[in-house]
Design a protein around this ligand. Structure first.
Ligand code: HEC
Length: 229
């Protein structure tokens, strides 16, 4: 009697078992990735900021701090650096509740006025108008940029709030932002929302955004930035 050799590749049980193992492994991996992502994107709080604990999404009171970017050789792109304290709308220390309320107002405002219809926020939206993810760091709002002078304001946040309320009065671009009837309070909230967003560690996205240099003097002008894009 001749012995029949059965190849493992033609054995049904082998394929059934492999399918079960691969499906099981992929399911475990997805569950692990989901929980890992949740912890990465959950917002930090005031304690983290005070203790210098870096969170990808810092707590609302990050609006009390200076935000800059530095090249990380390890990660190969720029990462947000939360610096010392700075006033925000003339106020020294926004409490966690106040900052949270202000950010909430800004977030609702950005949804009600549909900024994403023209701009991009954190990778979502349109590219008709400049990406807003790091707009807070746009040198156009710094001492060398046009907005402080045009709006007659002393600080970046006040200039931005003024621009948002009357954008068509301060055109710096071939395309003009329409007047969206944003109130003074909404504008304050939106500026806080933009400042907070600029502090989020987005793995270097968007690449090569124009930003203020650390000494806030060597930044590009808006035109140079647009030309470089
Ligand atoms: C209909 C399109 C449109 C909508 C909607 C819109 N914008 Fe704009 N926005 C523009 C355009 C165009 C510019 C460029 C204008 C300029 O430079 O003068 C601009 C410029 C800006 C700037 C300056 C950009 C920079 O790099 O510093 C900010 C900040 C801004 N918009 C915020 C907002 C916010 C916040 C909202 C939602 C509340 C919003 N925009 C809604 C079209 C729009």
């Amino acid at each position: 009697m001749s012995k029949r050799t059965v190849s493992v590749w033609t054995d049904n049980r082998f394929w059934v078992r492999s399918a079960a193992w691969v499906t099981g492994f992929a399911a475990m991996l997805l569950i692990w990735l989901t929980f890992d992502t949740l912890s990465q994107i959950s917002m930090g709080n005031d304690e983290d900021l005070k203790n210098g604990i870096a969170k990808r999404v810092p707590g609302p009171t990050v609006i009390n701090y200076k935000i800059t970017y530095e090249m990380s050789d390890k990660r190969g792109h720029e990462v947000p650096v939360i610096g010392g304290k700075e006033k925000f709308f003339g106020k020294d220390d926004w409490s966690e509740e106040e900052a949270r309320a202000l950010l909430h107002l800004g977030k609702l405002g950005s949804q009600a006025k549909n900024c994403m219809n023209c701009h991009t926020l954190l990778g979502n939206g349109a590219y008709y108008a400049p990406d807003l993810t790091k707009a807070w760091l746009d040198p156009a709002w710094g001492p060398t940029g046009p907005y402080l002078g045009m709006t007659g304001k002393d600080t970046k946040e006040e200039a931005m709030a003024e621009f948002l309320q009357h954008p068509s009065q301060y055109p710096t671009h071939e395309r003009m932002m329409p007047d969206l009837k944003i109130t003074a309070d909404e504008a304050k909230g939106l500026v806080a929302f933009l400042k907070h967003m600029s502090s989020i560690d987005t793995n270097g996205f968007p690449r090569n955004f124009g930003k203020m240099s650390t000494d806030e003097n060597g930044g590009l002008t808006l035109r140079e930035k647009r030309g470089a894009q």
